[in-house]
Structures are given as structure tokens and as C-alpha cells.
Design a protein around this ligand. Structure first.
Ligand code: URA
Length: 216
């Protein structure tokens, strides 16, 4: 299912990101009360056009990994900490025509942009109630566990600890009073840049499969 976000939270986001280079709006999607909630960084160009989270090149890698532990798009929930595509503006000269063309490549969302979406993300997490949260990459991991958390150290581990929630006044984050279960993973795009990571990522998914087996 595609989640319907409350209008007041959407209006708050809209107001906070006015003037930022952000495009489209890709809602989170999947099963409520799932075993796992996958949390990415932000939609890319493919997601902006098709409005389905993780439907582009990194999505293909992600689906491959999910399938190795018996899951698919329908029996998990998929979202990201920012729901619009962050882009930068680049002016490049076309070598053939000599004309200047404007390109809008994807970029990592800023901390301010992640914070602008933080109340919306907290609301979504409350609706979804996953057994295990799976942050994919540092942007999602640091949104949940703070700036010192690092995917290179925490990938594939089962953590039980309080996660960060947005303060209602929008000024930053505070820790929850209860523990959540998390298994951080490398972002699936990491393997597109470095094939060397593939065996590690495969092992991490197998670990997640074992944790899920234990709690189910
Ligand atoms: N990267 C993300 O974090 N989310 C997507 O939906 C696609 C790429």
C-alpha cells in the first residue's frame, strides 16, 4: 500500500524546503507491521518519475538482496528519510554543438533537508511499526542514531537502542525513551560503485535473515 501522509505534516515540509533544489514527491510504500522497514536516503531520478521507492538501479540491487532472504517489495515497507529528489544544477558545454546545457544530477540531501522531513518520517515509522528498521547507508543511519554513527562500523549488526526523533519545534533531535531494533546495511548503490563490497553486503543480508528467523 501507498501511505497517505497527513496534510499538516506535508505543509510543514513544504514550508521548510521552499527554495531548496528538491523535485517530485515519492511516498513510502509496502506492508504495515512488516518484519523489516527499509530506510534509504532520498529518491533518485527514476523514483521521481515513477513514484516508486527504490525502483531504479539501486532498487534492482536491493530487490536482489531481499530475495536472498525470502522477502520482496510486497512483504516489507520501503521509504527514505527525505521524500523528494535532491539535485544540484550544473551548466555543461555540449562538445558537439558547443551549446551550454543545464543538468540536474542527484545529490546527497543536506542535514537541514533531512531535518525538514523528520516529523514526517517519525509519523511514518509510527504507522508502519516494523519489527526491525534497516537503515541503508550513512544518511539514514545518522538520522536515526546521530552524526557519530558510521555504516562502515555498524553494517550487519543487530542493535537494540533508542533512535532519534525530531523535536516538535523543529530545532533538532532527541532520543526516544524506548529501544528499537535496527540492522544497518550499506546503501545498495555502494555496490554499483565498488563491486568489492558485494560479498560483505551479501553476508550482512544473511545475518539479517538469521536475526529475523530468531524473532519470528
Ligand atoms: N536511493 C534511496 O535512498 N532511495 C530510493 O528510493 C532510491 C535511491
Amino acid at each position: 500500500m501507498i501511505i497517505q501522509y497527513p496534510q499538516d505534516l506535508l505543509a510543514e515540509v513544504h514550508q521548510r524546503v521552499t527554495g531548496h533544489n528538491l523535485a517530485g514527491f515519492t511516498p513510502g510504500q509496502g506492508k504495515l507491521k512488516p518484519d523489516i522497514m527499509l530506510v534509504g536516503e532520498a529518491p533518485g531520478r527514476h523514483e521521481e518519475v515513477h513514484n516508486i521507492p527504490f525502483s531504479g538501479a539501486s532498487g534492482k540491487e536491493l530487490m536482489k538482496m531481499l530475495a536472498t532472504i525470502g522477502y520482496n517489495r510486497e512483504n516489507v515497507y520501503i521509504t527514505s528519510v527525505v521524500r523528494q529528489r535532491p539535485y544540484s544544477i550544473k551548466r555543461v558545454t555540449d562538445k558537439k554543438t558547443g551549446k551550454v546545457i543545464v543538468k540536474k544530477p542527484n545529490r546527497t540531501p543536506t542535514k537541514k533537508e533531512v531535518l525538514a522531513f523528520a516529523n514526517l518520517f517519525d509519523w511514518e515509522l509510527e504507522q508502519v511499526q516494523p519489527k526491525i528498521i534497516v537503515p541503508l547507508g550513512n544518511t539514514a543511519l545518522q538520522r536515526l542514531l546521530g552524526a557519530k554513527a558510521n555504516i562502515g562500523q555498524l553494517h550487519g549488526q543487530l542493535l537494540e537502542q533508542p533512535i532519534q526523533h525530531a523535536k516538535k519545534d523543529g530545532s533538532g533531535y532527541e532520543l526516544a525513551t524506548i529501544n528499537s531494533k535496527l540492522v544497518p546495511m550499506y546503501h545498495p548503490a555502494a555496490v554499483l560503485y565498488s563491486r568489492k563490497l558485494e560479498p560483505t553486503i551479501r553476508d550482512d543480508w544473511q545475518q539479517l535473515g538469521k536475526y529475523l528467523h530468531k524473532i519470528n
